[in-house]
Ligand binder design. Structure first.
Ligand code: ATP
Ligand code: LTN
Length: 339
């Protein structure tokens, strides 16, 4: 680790529930490598969260390594940041239990994600789905995290983590850092290409609605060509133009151009030219990441080594906070037993 003076801490996580989408990239993952020089970053593949929805065991195992490879391919460097699999550090579940005892039931039933996922999986509204944000709070609070880079859909969960931290600190004295969210100014919520009033989600049944980071160039082009726009034919942003605004946000993130520059660039041209340009910018961004991903995934020994080291480093940090919390709530320390 390059660690001279203490930098503020960043923590974020992503579920290994399938291949990452353009939404994951734009809303969260692209910021993760960008933060690793100014911050002490910890990034986790949150497999414990993934099983709140039924997963095939073999797929989950494979996808967890794939998720780690993809994070490394986007530029996370193990010599700068910690990258690990959540279930390798038992302190996450241990702290989660304690925090759950400081979280009102009503706060959990009010969560948008709980309501949405309950509606989507009515046959399996399990306890984990409800307490999901408590585990997320544990992930964050365990490492005295200052900043959490996430998409806007996770804002409510972060608020819950902040509330738990404040409640606990109020009762037991300063224990947890109250974390702030880090949301991108453009692209904090990438919308479905087919229903631009809905979030682009890994688990969308309509394949045309979602661009995956591992999609082939011609697939990406086809999905953008079919993206829902409107009948106006003018490239400009506005609440009345959710489809075009979404495409402009994506293009802006990929190229660094402002909305005004984009509007000028496509002035007088139809949506066809614009959509091809958006697709091209995404293809160009993902091409080198895809190549690096394939290389990393083929090097299992390296990948597993990174994850083993990351898990050990995270466990060391986490055990300190867990001991502190156990002591504060009044658990007898095992090493205090007279025997
Ligand atoms: P699922 O569809 O299985 O719930 P997901 O696509 O929402 O999964 P997560 O693992 O829950 O993926 O999210 C990882 C990160 O990506 C989070 O920080 C989340 O806010 C962000 N994210 C997910 N979808 C989008 C989106 N459409 N726009 C912006 N950010 C997003
Ligand atoms: N709930 C998040 C994933 C997640 C997370 C975290 C993000 C789990 N633990 C801690 C930030 C910090 C999601 O993206 N669905």
């Amino acid at each position: 680790m390059e660690q001279t003076q203490k930098k503020p801490r960043v923590f974020s996580g992503i579920q290994p529930t399938g291949s990452f989408t353009l939404g994951n990239y734009v809303g969260a993952v692209r910021n993760w490598p960008a933060l690793q020089d100014a911050y002490d970053c910890i990034y986790s593949v949150v497999d414990l969260h993934a099983i709140t929805v039924r997963q095939n065991p073999a797929d989950l195992r494979r996808q967890s390594r794939e998720a780690a490879a993809m994070l490394l391919a986007t530029g996370i460097r193990p010599d700068k940041s910690i990258i690990f699999i959540q279930s390798h550090v038992p302190a996450h579940t241990q702290l989660s239990w304690v925090l759950g005892c400081f979280c009102p039931f009503g706060d959990l039933t009010r969560m948008h994600q709980f309501k949405e996922k309950s509606k989507k999986h009515p046959e399996d509204i399990n306890g984990g789905l409800l307490t999901y944000p408590v585990l997320m709070a544990a992930d964050i609070l365990l490492y005295a995290t200052d900043l959490v880079p996430i998409g806007i859909d996770q804002k409510q969960h972060l608020e819950l983590a902040r509330n738990i931290a404040q409640r606990f600190n109020g009762l037991y004295g300063d224990t947890f850092v109250v974390p702030d969210g880090y949301f991108p100014t453009v692209g904090a919520k990438v919308m479905s290409l087919q229903e631009p009033d809905k979030k682009m989600s890994k688990s969308d049944a309509n394949a045309n609605a979602v661009v995956h980071m591992l999609d082939e160039p011609d697939t990406i082009l086809r999905k953008f060509k079919r993206a829902i726009t409107d009948s106006e034919g003018t490239v400009r942003a506005g609440a009345d133009k959710p489809g075009v605004t979404n495409l402009m946000s994506i293009y802006s993130v990929m190229t660094g151009k402002t909305f005004e520059e984009i509007q000028r660039e496509f002035d007088g041209q139809g949506y066809g030219v614009f959509k091809e340009a958006v697709a091209g910018s995404v293809i160009d961004t993902f091409r080198p990441i895809q190549a690096e991903y394939r290389r990393l995934l083929a090097d299992r020994a390296y990948l597993d080594g990174v994850l083993a080291d990351g898990g050990a480093a995270a466990a060391r940090l986490a055990s300190r906070m867990l001991s502190k919390v156990y002591r504060k709530v009044g658990f007898v320390a095992p090493d205090a037993l007279a025997h």
